[in-house]
Design a binder for this molecule. Sequence first.
Ligand code: ZN
Length: 189
Amino acid sequence: MILPIYNCFNPVLRKKTEDITEITQDTITFINNMIETMYNADGIGLAANQVGDLRSIMIIDNTKEEDSKAKPIVMINPKITGNTELLSDYKEGCLSIPKFYEVVTRPSEIELEYIDVNGKKHKLGADELLARVILHEIDHLNGILFFDRITPLKKALAKSKLRKIELNKVIPHYDMMSANNKIIKGVEE
Ligand code: ZN
């Protein structure tokens, strides 16, 4: 089932998610809905609170290979355990902030731990785009948005753009949940 993606000005995007203690059938169904929702929106990552849920779950697929079978990475209760001091810049976007892109500086290599859908614990080292998407999604799980990490000057310059997003005047091709919990139907370009 495709779920509406919550607008960044909806309060749920500012809430910290909670670790899962048990993976139930309901958890699996929810994860499958997240995967369907992310691909429908052409995203490369999605965090649970972006679809209005406060479980610590995120999914990632940065492969972008149209003809290979999509294999999303599902991360439950992810925690960063280390990062290099080396930083990199990259222009980010976010399904909750439609059509808004800004350069964000982040560590270029990270280490993390998470559990998969079978409850198995993993340790992973990541760099380049994968590290960036992981850091972006973990920020979501902690109630942080990527525009919190741009310079105050850039943020001031983006004020009117962000205001339009808050007022649902920027409509992507997928359905969104507005800041005050109204469904805004997506529009194909
Ligand atoms: Zn995002």
